[in-house]
Design a protein around this ligand. Sequence first.
Ligand code: MTE
Ligand code: MO
Length: 543
Amino acid sequence: MATSASGTTHRRPAVGGRARTAIAALGGVLATLVGMAVGHLVASLLDPSASPVLAVGSTVIDLTPTPVKEWAVSNFGNADKPILIGSVLLVTLLLAAVAGIIAARRFVVGLALLLVLVGVAGVLALVRPTATIVDLVPALATAVTGAAALWWFHRTALGVGPGTTPAAADAPREATTQDTEGAGATDHPTGPRPTRRGVLVAGGVLAATAAAAGAVGQWIGSVKTRIGNIVLPTAVDSDPDLPDGLDIDGLSKFRTPNEEFYRVDVNLTVPVVDQDDWTLTIDGDVENELTITWDELLDMDMVERDITMTCVSNDVGGQYVGAARWLGVPLTDLLERAGVGDRADQLLSTAVDGFTISTPLDVVTDGRDALVVVGMNGEPLPREHGFPVRLVIPGIYGYVGSTKWLTKLTLTTYDQEVAYWTERGWATQAPVKISSRVDVPKAAEEKEPGTVVIAGVAWAQTRGIAKVEVQIDGGGWTEATLGADAGVDYWRQWYYEWDATESGRHTVTVRATDVDGEVQTDARMAPFPEGSSGLHTRAIQIA
Ligand SMILES: Nc1nc2c(c(=O)[nH]1)N[C@H]1C(S)=C(S)[C@@H](COP(=O)(O)O)O[C@H]1N2
Ligand SMILES: [Mo]
């Protein structure tokens, strides 16, 4: 390729081959990273969820069809959010690379592509239910810095862009007389040859800027989201102190520490609510619509209850279950204040971000401990778990009762209102199914012959667990020993000492029976649309 048709050799190889394209792509990527990092930083000051990448990610979450969501949740578990953000980033950066390459040929066109990308993010930030016009600012910051960075990189590293000669920028063939770098005979538009130094300087500066802006944004975000000093009231009525749980290595702790409690929600950024700005409105079919503040809520009588919470997306043997002590006001006390009318059959709860959950009204009022919660395991609710106020309703899956970042309760009917997940095909009635799980031995763990401890947890909220049985290699069912009982809404630990004599691969299966005598079914069902069923089996390797 170094020889032209006339047979003369260029003084130097044509610029603009692979190296030039790669550098141009790098410029697009770096400029976009700088723009996004600055947008993130600006968003951390104004409204974290308006950060361009997150705005795109949130929209992807809402538009993703339910089966795909299900698949992601069951395959990625709690990593689903990082994976989603990663995918959005990857696609964005690929497009950014294309924009960079185009910009090296026709700067304005490449720049336009970059701005279209930012524009999409800006629009998505604006159409979220809680968005205000201020949420456009992070996208604007991204657009301005991204454009400036692209221009500067392409000028410094490639010698193209506005402010360089048209020859360099658009490189029509006839302009090559100005191009002393001798690229005139090449079949692609050219600018001056990129110098190693220019590329290094431009690349280094942009990468450092992106890293710094991103880090500062993260830091501001973490400082702003720290929960200040809050003194929670003492409960007027508490469950007895939690009995000691079984302490077996690898077995779920009897009480799940807040940091280890599973998290499931549609939010890419945790809503940040100041308790002093928070209010709870009760409206709809009520005698007196009312709005109460944080201080008014804290003045009400609180109770403390041990309740196990489960996500409907928890597959057999899954990790979306946790047990905690919750401090809150009985939901019925608040509903009594408002005076519920006789038309309502649904309690629609709304979160600060507009997310909705519908709960059958008869479930709320059947005497179970439905709570408007402010405390979790003796601390204010962590932001991830709904600070300042959430619902916890035992015996139904989280998506029909455990609204986090709660701000409104509406007494309505199923004819009138459809909540977020119901709209996506999930069941309206969703009692938690009797479930049990093997925690130890861990999957694929090898054990020595002799006594092998098999242990796990079982739950059947509102009914309680009466019995857990294990089955080895498809044989008969043997009763396991149950751990302490902390009430019908709480899970129970269990263990079984198996005398393993034969080496090789064995299987253990577990099933639970609730206090009413109902035995956990072995009929396998997927989580959609009303919760998984079937028995958990684990393979055990005996050496
Ligand atoms: N505002 C809000 N509340 C929500 C959700 C949500 O996406 N947004 N997800 C629900 C679901 S599906 C579950 S299982 C529980 C999980 O609560 P946790 O994250 O505290 O474990 O919260 C529920 N409350
Ligand atoms: Mo859930």
